[in-house]
Design a protein. Structure first.
Length: 139
């Protein structure tokens, strides 16, 4: 298998960073690092604008999942319970080559509108409460 694909990507969630468990049925994920703001540091003596990088903003972190059922123990049910708790959760997304990202945040769940002949999906919007850190595989 080619490690540059999204095949076999794993999403995990837990109450702590050491208790992450896989949540299946991830269908797509957002940009994860965010682009930094530009801070204008131009002075009156400059003839062109000058900038410094500012804070990174990951924007809306919306992850879409296949909705198979709302039964107890289902991914949808686990996310709804996490949302209802209002507590910070820990997350990771792992790729086939062992790389990925990890962070903490609070989440909200939304059911995605669909049309005829489409698979049901729900989305999980995660508001980060920590930096998004790279997971770098050992070489």
């Amino acid at each position: 298998m080619d490690n540059s694909t999204t095949m076999v990507t794993v999403f995990k969630m837990g109450d702590t960073s050491s208790t992450l468990t896989e949540i299946p049925d991830l269908q797509d994920f957002p940009d994860l690092m965010g682009m930094p703001d530009r801070i204008d540091v131009t002075t009156m003596k400059d003839t062109e604008r000058k900038y410094e990088p500012g804070l990174k903003d990951p924007g809306d972190m919306v992850f879409n999942f296949l909705h198979r059922t709302s039964a107890t123990g289902s991914p949808y049910n686990k996310f709804r319970l996490a949302e209802a708790s209002g507590s910070i959760k820990y997350f990771s997304i792992l790729f086939p080559d062992g790389s990925g990202f990890t962070w903490s945040g609070k989440l909200t769940v939304s059911f995605i509108g669909k049309g005829i002949g489409e698979a049901r999906q729900f989305s999980v919007n995660i508001t980060p409460t920590s930096d998004i850190e790279d997971i770098i595989p050992a070489t």
